[in-house]
Design a protein around this ligand. Structure first.
Ligand code: PHE
Length: 377
């Protein structure tokens, strides 16, 4: 390889700075893009904290292929358009050999084509829309997908909430929301339920009362809101205000301490599905919870933190098995990931480059998220 030869034949190691094959010099550069600020700031922050902890542990244990991993993180401010910009920069300017991110499916869908066309492996920690990994063979994820999550919540609505008639309230700006709404509806109808109202909002809206009044008019037994936490909390508040007093429930997008901070009493008794609960702990998970708390002032890790951690661990494992940080070789190694011990459960990558994992259902109780059950695929 050109860079290696240069390295061996001249002493001008510094000329290698910026060389795209970081396997030949210095650190292994890994790029991360995340919503560290803006509307979904808690998603990006949690995910980044988990990712960083993993990288620190890997480096403390000697790194990979005798090199340290250097994590370069860019904030997309939760804004559409920014992920493409920062991921282009991470690849072309910083020379990242792999990319970690994002949480939100729409943002992963923005960056995935860029990684794919540059033959740079991308691992999304927690984007659940199926289209993310369908982008191409360099795109992976360490979480389950929404056809599964939608079915889990459809069965939950039928069996636990005993709902026969459900209304679905979807964020049309979000690929995640649209996908999860669709898979939920399919599952619920299959389980014998009836969808009595389907209405839309735009993520970031402040007034949901018009649609909620229409939903109330359809007399549902429960309302499914596949959205993100800020909107979900406001929807719960306004549902109470207009006297829509049936259970509201959602998916992983509800998981944030902001849900209870914003929603307070209005989110009490609501349910949502997610990937991980620190209280159902394997030994590895217990170790992770302790390390995370020690690193971040006693803070308890959420699903995004655990999945961020697992995404970095899976990448390091892939690079190790590839024996190289070359994109195509790492891609092949990642595709062969099997039974990797991960904080969120054993990790095996299937032929669609997705992970097959169980889901957990949590209930909001006393301002906390209480573990209800684990649902296996
Ligand atoms: N699954 C969501 C999406 O794809 C993101 C998310 C993951 C939110 C995990 C919370 C917890 O957009």
């Amino acid at each position: 390889m050109k860079c290696t030869l240069l390295f061996l034949t001249t002493a001008a190691a510094f000329s290698l700075v910026g060389c795209k094959d970081a396997n030949t010099a210095g650190d292994i550069i890994v790029g991360e893009y995340a919503s560290l600020t803006g509307k979904e700031a808690t998603f990006g922050t949690s995910s980044h904290e988990g990712t960083m902890l993993a990288v620190e542990e890997i480096n403390a244990a000697g790194g990979v292929l005798g090199k340290k991993i250097k994590l370069i993180t860019e904030d997309n401010q939760s804004k559409a358009g920014e992920s493409a910009t920062v991921v282009n920069k991470l690849i072309s300017k910083d020379g990242a050999v792999a990319i970690l991110g994002e949480v939100a499916s729409s943002r992963s869908l923005e960056a995935a084509p860029i990684c794919q066309s540059n033959s740079i492996p991308m691992i999304s920690p927690s984007s659940t829309n199926p289209k993310v990994t369908e982008t191409g063979n360099f795109i992976f994820r360490v979480c389950f997908i929404d056809p599964f999550q939608g079915t889990v919540m459809a069965n939950f609505a039928t069996k636990t909430l005993k709902a026969k008639k459900v209304a679905v309230f979807t964020d049309v700006k979000s690929d995640y929301s649209k996908g999860l709404a669709k898979f939920f509806k399919e599952g619920f109808v299959k389980a014998g339920g009836q969808i009595v109202s389907e209405l839309d909002f735009n993520g970031g809206d402040k007034d949901f009362k018009g649609q909620l009044t229409t939903i109330k008019g359809a007399s549902p037994d429960a309302v499914f809101v596949p959205g993100y936490y800020t909107d979900a909390a406001l929807i719960c508040i306004q549902a109470k205000e207009i006297g829509l007093n049936v259970p509201l429930f959602g998916g992983d997008g509800w998981e944030s301490e902001k849900l209870t901070e914003i929603g307070k009493d209005a989110v009490e008794g609501t349910y949502f599905s997610t990937h991980y609960a620190p209280d159902v702990a394997s030994d590895l998970s217990k170790k992770f919870v302790a390390a995370y708390k020690a690193r971040y002032n006693g803070k308890l890790p959420d699903a995004m933190a655990a999945l961020g951690y697992d995404s970095a661990m899976m990448l390091a494992d892939g690079i190790k098995r590839a024996g190289s940080s070359d994109g195509a070789k790492v891609r092949d190694a990642l595709a062969a990931t099997k039974d990797l011990d991960a904080v969120t459960g054993k990790l095996t990558i299937n032929e669609k480059r997705d992970a097959v994992k169980s889901a957990v259902i949590l209930k909001v109780e006393g301002g906390k998220f209480k573990f209800v059950e684990t649902v296996n695929p």
